[in-house]
Write a new protein. Structure first.
Ligand code: SRM
Ligand code: SRM
Ligand code: SRM
Ligand code: SRM
Ligand code: SF4
Ligand code: SF4
Ligand code: SF4
Ligand code: SF4
Ligand code: SF4
Ligand code: SF4
Ligand code: SF4
Ligand code: SF4
Lengths: 105, 398, 353, 398, 353, 105
């Protein structure tokens, strides 16, 4: 089993490093994740993306398509990768505590 | 040998004349623990008739959203050595040509960072590097990039285009399939590496309708070389075929789908009704020394080919019956961009472009990407009277 | 960050000189012996390509071995074909026989050109895919151990014949358009792990993923329900929701499809169509599958005309005679039941008895 | 003449060589006020480019639920004479044969109770008596019944079957289409007269695959005569054709869809590969004096033919490739009953049997009516891997 | 109550003696002159059938006239064909010419047999159908006034050609499988009379009647709503709900379809396919329609081979050449958009330029 | 305009004799219709059919298919015609005050 320590609490992760219990998501978790996903500093822009993802998921029960994410947040795809070097799926979604993206590989 | 480590079932597959993948695996297993792990897990699958890979897997390199397929064993306790077993999809060289120098460099990198196992090639066309763990993915990519190999696509992104050998070694090539392949691969690196589309998108290029790259069946957008003038017939060569007992009537004339060919027995001349020839290649294939492709060459663009998932398989449909193909292929790229833009905008999750067209209608799609309808697009016009008319087309009702 | 988006090596640097020089200038070809293709250029240049079978799943030793050979006979260049064979490109005719001899000595198989069975396009199987119902590599090995004489040219056949294997109905590869396709299939409805669904699945995506509308939400459990009557075991839902399990070693197995074709030669490309709906998974050698495939090849080879692909042959003799000649039973499974099913129903009295 | 009563537009349709329906109408108008009313209303339609019949109309005779199509003018003030203008659908005689005596009796009845206007025949096959009012419907039927003419079908019911001339005047008849037609019409009077089905159901019978009754295109259940042994060739007659300059190769051999015929020029013999012939009729049609249908005769049953409404048109699909056809046609009737029972039970409102099959699947339908699947039913097996398996067919899961 | 369920007169009592005697014994036939078919029986009997054009919409005088003729020359029997022509059956060869003479004298037209245009199968039109978009009888008269030389045999054609006319897309008759079909079509969305809907329509039936799902209930008004974007003007909803009006004299009109066929001769039956999506209703003579139909006949007749039906000809030359030769424009309307549309998209590079 | 008189009140009918205002249906109307539709005496069986039709329509907003009517009431098709000589559509539905059956002719 993989774990990540947030404020001394061990939170279970799956093999890909996504949290297993969606309810254990917290802002501190995001900070912890930031390091593993190559995000040097969590800026407002990062939070804009993260919050957008969480809101969207809460409302529709699914993650937005990437084109939608770009449109709605106003970031270009390039900017998203600049913010989250491991990309929107592996990076941003993980930080936002969403279920691991599946499907199309 | 450790009892647990015998592989009686796989061993059976080392016998026989066909080259054995088991032998390949076992050789690799001697050098790579991870490969050895794979052999064990595979033996278990053979015994239990079930796969042992987990669902999911999302692993990558910095700056890219795809190109690596994550794999985890579903029983890591039992198969600890292959608990992680990711693959890297690597852009092949157009036409699958390699210098041995390049191949050796590749082998060295892969032996260092992975199992030393490959698919040469994946069925999309990539070099598939089979089996490494999460921590080696980035270093492996870095090393690959040093020897000039980049990653292919995965996820909702473009896949590495692939093509037939074309002009490099084929007399039938109407277009430079390899150059188009290379050019597009470079041009669309971003679309390949950073998934932003509803689903996968594949491009394949065959330089003639024989379609040795299986492009219409296996890619969303296929580029198939052809010509719009007439086949070229070398009458002397035809006569030689006939003199040698070649069954012209049975094997060529009757097999021409449009009966476009006639043998004038008196003048010993093979005649073609140019307007009937549908450039099916048959006579050219049957008599390569006597009949050649025409001179006015270009390509048809076919759209929507795919495997059966969700709405059923398609063989690509004619999108553009003829387009000149000259570097830098601007017109082609424009079409590709308009197609993928429209699809990215309107496609649902996991909806291939062919399914989108099916859903919105071909006419709507054509209008959206700015192409005129032509009869080549259909085998026949509609048989049902359910025509859509827009309010603009009709007169205001009183 | 590492260099990105630089793409593959330039093909122009990977071409043997004879290819670079005669690029676009080839005039015609012939196949002087099985597995050897001779191309003649308008410059007068002659190129011999020697085609060697590959297991596709290979290791670095193998890669280095073919490099050794290519360096010895081909100036350090080689290529792979779109069906994963290796091609050694010989520009010096005097090197042809020595190359063939060495390949033979090393135990490699030459063939696959012209009217032959070429390499099998296949997929990952249990080796690497999470969706695999069967093992593709094992099936290929088993089938080709039976059919290699059709590759090497020892047995002649009327036309080329393409075999493909896919380990699940996703049909990676070209199964949907192959002369003979072997495809892993499921026969039971996915099982639902409700708790896991609630945690890891996007319910709307899962519901939407089902082509037959068999899935609906189960709000009580925050999970989903499957209407077994409507489920056609396509597995699509299991792709988007890891909490649905469709693997079933007792009931999963292999189906066989025939008559597909990709080229536009003579006839338009065709889909492969169902010949045998189900054969039990029987590793490591799948004898029932190999027997059936061999039988299909033999019946076709005996009856087809020169140059007539499997699908063209069946079109000529009719499916009713195909089932008669092969002795395969025609069942209700063969009758299409998907979206465009009616388009395959026969609306003419033209048939044979 | 009254200004209002001129018909300048219709008058134009009295000119020209083809027989004029306007002339027919005007003649009738001289004797029948109602017919005169129709002429006026029709002229108005020609002027205004719109029909003047109201939606609906439900008129009938006692004991029957159909057979009369009710019609009302949408402007009864303006066209009072044809405010009611119902038609009676009357069973035609099988094969459309009549004695003049019968026809005269019919004309007398119809002149008395209606306009004296007909469609001979309706496109389903009925005698259509065009135009009467509600109060004359029952008396008209009573009078018809006295001269032996019964009503046809309308609504969710069987329609009057119709057929080709068959054995009465055709050398190609494999079955007695007229007798089958008559027999079924009598047998299914109840199903015709008392609608109890989801929609209409049509039966047509052609005695050979030339299908002169257009049965597969135009009926839910078509019976098409054919043979299962070999065509009969009169070699002398063939030689005579050839001697007379008949283009055997071009007009027959090349047009045989299965290349089943070969001309042995040496022995002057026309050979047929029996197993290749799909009884397409072509050679028989082309050389009626030399080639005849085979000896083992029966019929194919085709299911689901229909026009486009709702889900699109179908041409009937093979349900039974071969069935002997001997009076009293018990096996045929059993099939018809099983088909209509299943459809009546499972069909939705306005769902033809072909659409029901489309919806539930052919396999399900066959099982329900107790027929085994045979390859003749399809042009090709399925191409998609989406096979249904029932729980009974598989092993219980652990 | 009146006698019920007794059925039609027995055909056996309606047969001329020669037919009764030679029933099932006919050996062969020939067509000695246009409109005359000579059947020879194995008994040696010879029957001449003389085929006369009928306007189909006839009156009692006409019925009595043909009875007169049949009594004079045919022993008091006659028949109609499945395409509504009259056939006089002459068993005494010496009566043939006098019959032909009398028919001519009376102004009747003889023909329609063999390679000819026979009578037009058509429908009610404004004469009797509430759904009629155009007038069938008038179109038939207008078209046949142009084409009668193809009926009477004055102009020879390569094969039979069948024309059908339907006044709406219900296609009563055989439009969906005719060499040339003329079909009335709508081009505007039905208009809703909400009040009337509430009173006279079954809402669920109306909603269900729409093949494209364009209709949904409007509970507020107890009526329905139509999504114009999704409406393909099929009129199906107007059949089940009288409160929906689709008739639109400005925009309704006529479409032309080609290449259908019913027989199984040589090729399987085929559907007619769209040639001209729309021509304005132009009574009483519809000149644009008759011109187009005539043009189609002429182009076909000139290019087709002996015995080649319209659809077979088009299959041989390809639709791309059909549009070229006829000069008709190919538009987005021609591309199918209904359920099985994808099945008509071309998935091969085999085409002409 | 057609009318039928019920208890001295004129109720409007369409050309086919169906009531135009569904709300004006009453048991007395049924009795008046009985005559025009050849129903000699309104028995319990008649009412069973009429009530069934009304209930069904109220519940589903449509008239039942005839086979369903037979099944649910237990009457054979023949018996329905014996009860309502002008048939279930023209007879029974009219008496039950349902909208005029449309469609398939
Ligand atoms: C090398 C290769 C292209 C490449 O870029 O790698 C290739 C090369 C040639 N193909 Fe191909 N074809 C190649 C894959 C294909 C494929 C794709 C596939 O099999 O997956 C097809 C489509 C197959 C299908 O329809 O299912 C293909 C359909 C053809 C045809 C059309 C065959 C037919 O009759 O249907 C020809 C024409 C011929 O054989 O005369 C052709 C002809 C040729 C010729 C003769 C062309 C030429 O003049 O050089 C080449 C030698 C062929 C030979 O093997 O006899 N090639 N050829 C591929 C070899 C694959 C292999 O290892 O076997
Ligand atoms: C590796 C490869 C098979 C191989 O052994 O060669 C492959 C492997 C997978 N394919 Fe594929 N596909 C591969 C070529 C294809 C092809 C052939 C082609 O591209 O020419 C097809 C048919 C063409 C097409 O795209 O339609 C193909 C059609 C699919 C589909 C069905 C897509 C559809 O629309 O019908 C899926 C299902 C999915 O996307 O969820 C799929 C999904 C998959 C996944 C990603 C399944 C999964 O979610 O795990 C497989 C990953 C296996 C693994 O563990 O590596 N793969 N897949 C091929 C890619 C290698 C490469 O990059 O060169
Ligand atoms: C009289 C009639 C049957 C009847 O019961 O009334 C009939 C009678 C004959 N038909 Fe027919 N056909 C009749 C309607 C049809 C129809 C239905 C229709 O047109 O609506 C068809 C299908 C048409 C289609 O495919 O769209 C039809 C397709 C044929 C064929 C096949 C033609 C083809 O090549 O596709 C033949 C064979 C032939 O002509 O050699 C044929 C042949 C014949 C023969 C020669 C059969 C015979 O040996 O006696 C008869 C004389 C035909 C002639 O007119 O030349 N009959 N025939 C019908 C005459 C209708 C009319 O007034 O014109
Ligand atoms: C009279 C006739 C046309 C003619 O002039 O010959 C006719 C007339 C009507 N047809 Fe028809 N159909 C007639 C033969 C056909 C045929 C041809 C056939 O039976 O061979 C067809 C195509 C075959 C088929 O059934 O599919 C036909 C397919 C339709 C359809 C479309 C059905 C479908 O499933 O696609 C409708 C629409 C409907 O039922 O609502 C229809 C509906 C109608 C209605 C009842 C429309 C209506 O609701 O008012 C027409 C009544 C016209 C009237 O006022 O008399 N009629 N109808 C034909 C019946 C005469 C007879 O009984 O002999
Ligand atoms: S597709 Fe055509 S050009 Fe390309 S290799 Fe095959 S035959 Fe040659
Ligand atoms: S290329 Fe094909 S269509 Fe053209 S002439 Fe040759 S065989 Fe005929
Ligand atoms: S065919 Fe199925 S199991 Fe095989 S590699 Fe493709 S997705 Fe995986
Ligand atoms: S397996 Fe396919 S058909 Fe069955 S529920 Fe899942 S998605 Fe639907
Ligand atoms: S269908 Fe056949 S049997 Fe009947 S009339 Fe036509 S040709 Fe003769
Ligand atoms: S009936 Fe048709 S299929 Fe049979 S031999 Fe004659 S032409 Fe050929
Ligand atoms: S085609 Fe339409 S308008 Fe004409 S009769 Fe049939 S239903 Fe009426
Ligand atoms: S006309 Fe047809 S498509 Fe339009 S709303 Fe009515 S039923 Fe639907």
């Amino acid at each position: 089993m993989n774990y990540i320590e947030v404020n001394g609490v061990k939170i279970e992760l799956d093999e890909d490093g996504f949290i297993v219990e969606p309810d254990l998501w917290s802002e501190d978790l995001v900070k912890a994740f930031a390091k593993t996903e190559g995000v040097e500093e969590l800026t407002e822009d990062h939070w804009k993306v993260i919050n957008y993802l969480r809101d969207y998921f809460k409302q529709f029960g699914i993650a937005p398509m990437i084109r939608k994410l770009c449109k709605d947040t106003g970031f270009s795809l390039k900017e998203i990768y600049d913010l989250f070097p491991s990309g929107p799926a592996k990076g941003a979604c993980k930080l936002a505590g969403l279920p691991k993206p599946t499907g199309c590989v | 040998m450790d009892e647990k480590k015998t592989t009686p079932l796989l061993d059976e597959l080392e016998a026989g004349e066909w080259p054995s993948f088991v032998t390949q695996l076992k050789q690799a297993a001697k050098k790579s623990k991870m490969a050895a792990g794979l052999v064990q897990q595979l033996e278990a699958s053979y015994e239990e008739k079930i796969g042992h890979w987990k669902h999911g897997g999302i692993v990558g390199v910095k700056g890219y959203g795809g190109g690596v397929v994550g794999r985890y064993s579903d029983d890591p306790e039992r198969f600890p050595d292959c608990r992680e077993f990711h693959t890297l999809r690597v852009n092949q060289v157009a036409g699958f040509f390699y210098s041995t120098k390049k191949l050796r460099e590749l082998a060295d990198v892969w032996d260092k960072y992975g199992t030393g196992l490959y698919n040469l090639h994946g069925s999309t066309g990539d070099i598939i590097l089979l089996g490494t763990d999460t921590q080696n993915v980035q270093p492996c990519f870095d090393a690959l990039s040093e020897i000039g190999f980049d990653l292919g696509g995965s996820g909702g992104a473009l896949r590495t285009p692939s093509c037939c050998v074309g002009m490099a070694r084929c007399e039938k090539a109407c277009i430079d399939s390899m150059d188009i392949n290379h050019n597009l691969t470079l041009h669309y690196q971003n679309e390949m590496h950073r998934p932003a589309w509803p689903y996968k998108f594949k491009i394949k290029i065959s330089a003639c309708p024989n379609d040795c790259a299986a492009s219409t069946a296996r890619s969303d957008l296929a580029i198939v070389g052809l010509w719009r003038d007439t086949i070229e017939i070398d009458q002397d060569a035809v006569r030689e075929y006939v003199a040698n007992g070649f069954k012209l009537e049975e094997n060529v004339l009757r097999r021409c789908p449009t009966w476009a060919l006639d043998w004038d027995a008196e003048n010993k001349e093979l005649k073609v009704k140019a307007e009937d020839c549908t450039h099916c290649m048959h006579c050219i294939n049957a008599m390569p020394k006597a009949i050649r492709i025409g001179k006015e060459r270009g390509a048809a663009i076919m759209i929507g080919g795919k495997a059966p998932v969700v709405k059923g398989a398609n063989i690509g449909w004619v999108l553009v019956p003829f387009m000149k193909m000259e570097a830098p292929y601007t017109e082609l790229k424009e079409i590709i961009d308009r197609v993928t833009d429209y699809w990215a905008e309107h496609g649902k999750n996991r909806e291939r472009v062919g399914e989108l067209i099916d859903r919105v209608g071909y006419a709507t799609f054509l209008k959206a990407i700015g192409l005129e309808p032509v009869p080549q697009m259909v085998t026949a016009p509609r048989a049902n009277p359910y025509i859509f008319w827009s309010a603009e087309e009709v007169e205001k009702r009183g | 960050m590492a260099r990105t988006d630089f793409g593959p090596p330039d093909y122009r640097e990977m071409l043997p000189p004879i290819v670079a020089e005669n690029y676009g200038k080839w005039l015609y070809h012939e196949i002087p012996q099985p597995g050897v293709i001779k191309h003649v250029s308008e410059t007068g240049a002659v190129l011999y390509s020697v085609r060697m079978a590959s297991p596709r799943l290979v290791n670095s030793d193998w890669v280095r071995e073919i490099c050794d050979i290519a360096e010895k006979y081909c100036g350090g260049y080689l290529r792979f074909t779109t069906r994963h064979n290796v091609e050694f490109l010989v520009s010096d005719p005097s090197q042809l026989q020595p190359l063939l001899d060495e390949l033979k000595a090393r135990g490699h198989m030459i063939g696959g050109a012209g009217h032959a069975i070429s390499n099998v396009v296949h997929t990952q199987g249990w080796v690497h895919c999470k969706s695999a119902v069967t093992d593709a590599s094992g099936l290929v090995k088993s089938v080709m151990d039976e059919l290699h004489p059709y590759f090497s040219g020892k047995i002649k056949i009327p036309a080329r014949l393409r075999i493909a294997v896919a380990c699940c109905v996703n049909m990676c590869g070209a199964c949907h358009c192959s002369d003979i396709a072997i495809v892993g299939i499921h026969r039971t409805v996915p099982r639902i792990n409700d708790e896991l669904v609630a945690k890891t699945c996007e319910i709307p995506t899962t519901v939407a993923s089902c082509p037959t509308g068999a899935i609906r939400p189960n709000p009580k459990l925050k999970s989903i329900e499957i209407n077994a009557e409507k489920c056609m075991m396509c597995g699509n839902c299991t792709v988007v929701c890891p909490a649905l399990k469709i693997m079933d070693p007792e009931n999963d197995g292999v189906s066989i499809w025939v008559g597909g074709k990709v080229s536009n030669a003579r006839t338009a490309p065709m889909f492969s169509r169902l010949a045998v709906p189900f054969i039990k998974n029987n590793p490591p050698r799948w004898p029932e599958v190999t027997d059936t495939v061999k039988h299909l090849v033999e019946v076709w080879a005996k009856d087809a005309k020169y140059g007539e692909r499997m699908g063209e042959w069946i079109e000529r003799i009719g499916w009713e005679r195909f089932f008669k000649l092969t002795g395969l039973p025609f069942t209700e499974k063969h009758i299409d039941s998907f979206t465009h099913a009616t388009q395959t129903f026969r609306s003419t009295t033209q048939f044979r008895f």
